[in-house]
Write a protein that binds this ligand. Structure first.
Ligand SMILES: Cc1ncc(COP(=O)(O)O)c(C=O)c1O
Length: 432
């Protein structure tokens, strides 16, 4: 029996750090009860925005993120699709997306009949590399969809300059960045628009849910119309103007959203305080370093916190061994997502149905070969480097961060044991 929990030693932590998620209380219960008793369970039944929970949620969250307009929808994936429609993305258009993200970033592009073009990320903080965006622009490019990965804002100055130069739209995927700010402005309020997710794991949750934010009236109106079955504001109820769908959020979701939003600022401050401390202390442990935070990120609301592992400074031990060892010690650690999005079967096998749409669309007329795509940073990060902790681990006291450091120090002090365990596993795998 060794020292580390992976080899049978006692784990450092007997229970997970931070809080269990989601957090709720009397305010959510009262708001939900209010919806129930009102007898109006959908947003359209209310005479004014102020009476509707969804209407209030839209206004309050848009305010919180510094946007003039908010359009609440059923989930984050359709928020992105509606946002793309709102900036005029159509069949045959290309939309540049990062490969380091969740599949919804790319699938929303496909749902908008457009072609996702994957580019690599900035290895400092895993957000889209602006130079790679510029290099990928073609006459077909209509938009770029930067992802605030884990909640870290992208370099919006560089992206805006590129978008202006090439006359393309910026539709941000802000599914992870509730509360984040770039130079004092909330994510989603920069560029043309941004789409958020309120799925249950997110730092602002309605179970399922999403919202598009924008400061552009025309974008907001088209997006809202697409999400509300093609209606235009002020026009008759049964008058429908554009090809569309129904993505409306329910009053239940709006009620929970209002309750959760009241907690978000304080929770964001706690997380940010804890992560800043932990990141600073990490400098003392060879092999681990925090993700880079640009000084222009004036508030950091993160969904998960990435830190980097460097096996060369850790006896050559593999990242996956270290991740197993950390979890065995009771620390909740994973890699974020597990592979670049283009590695999914949908892209490798080109699972686009009998007619191959949107790739065979006559407005496009180009070949796309995802099978031979290899973006080195995206591949390396997921295979060797990325480690991350969920946001709820940062909602406790600072002493939780010290306990996290205890776990990391313990592994650092027992590298020989981890290396021996890894060799043993490799030998067993070869002889099996
Ligand atoms: C980066 C990113 N974009 C979009 C989404 C889609 O959000 P939803 O699950 O609410 O549809 C997610 C979901 O986690 C995500 O991680």
């Amino acid at each position: 029996m060794g020292n580390v929990a992976l080899t049978g030693g006692a784990p450092v932590l007997s229970e997970p750090l931070g809080m269990s998620w989601p957090i709720f209380g009397a305010q959510e219960q009262e708001l939900l009860q209010g919806v129930l008793e009102s007898g109006i369970w959908w947003r359209g039944g209310h005479a004014s925005q102020d009476e509707s929970q969804v209407g209030r949620f839209e206004r309050s969250f848009a305010d919180f993120q510094d946007a003039a307009y908010g359009i609440a929808v059923a989930n984050g994936t359709v928020a992105l699709e509606a946002a793309l429609r709102g900036v005029g993305v159509e069949a045959g258009d290309e939309v540049i997306v990062p490969a380091v993200t969740f599949v919804a970033t790319a699938s929303a592009v496909l749902q908008a009949n457009a072609i996702p073009i994957f580019v690599d990320c900035d290895p400092r903080n895993y957000t889209i590399d602006p130079q790679a965006v510029e290099a990928a622009i073609t006459p077909h490019t209509r938009a770029v969809m930067p992802v605030d990965y884990g909640g870290m804002p992208c370099d919006m100055d560089a992206l805006q300059a590129i978008a202006d130069k090439h006359d393309i739209a910026i539709v941000s995927d802000c599914a992870h960045s509730h509360g984040s700010q770039w130079r004092g402005v909330g994510t989603g309020a920069i560029g043309d628009c941004g789409g958020f997710s309120f799925q249950m794991g997110k730092t602002l949750t309605t179970g399922e849910g999403g919202m598009i934010l924008s400061n552009k009236e025309d974008v907001a109106q088209l997006t809202a119309s697409f999400a509300n079955i093609g209606r235009y504001p002020g026009r008759p109820f049964y008058e429908h103007h554009i090809p569309c769908t129904n993505l409306r959020m329910t009053e239940w979701q709006g009620a929970v959203g209002n309750g959760q939003l009241a907690r978000l600022a304080a929770q964001t401050a706690t997380r940010e305080r804890n992560v800043t401390y932990l990141g600073e202390q990490l400098a003392d442990i060879d092999g681990f370093s925090p993700i880079y935070r640009d000084p222009r990120v004036t508030r950091w609301g993160f969904y998960f916190w990435h830190f980097k592992y460097d096996g060369a400074q850790f006896a050559g031990i593999r990242r996956d061994t270290v991740m197993r060892a950390l979890n065995a010690e009771g620390l909740r650690v994973h890699t974020g997502h597990t592979h670049p999005v283009y590695r999914n079967p949908i892209f490798q096998e080109m699972n686009f149905g009998r007619k191959g749409h949107p790739f065979t669309c006559s407005f496009y007329g180009k070949e796309v070969d995802y099978g031979s795509l290899y973006l080195p940073e995206s591949e390396r990060i997921y295979a060797q480097e990325a480690l991350c902790m969920p946001h709820a681990s940062f909602l406790g006291p600072r002493s939780d961060m010290d306990r996290t450091l205890d776990v990391l120090h313990k592994l650092a002090q027992n590298q020989d044991e981890l290396r021996a365990w890894e060799r043993e596993q490799q030998t067993e795998a070869v002889s099996a």
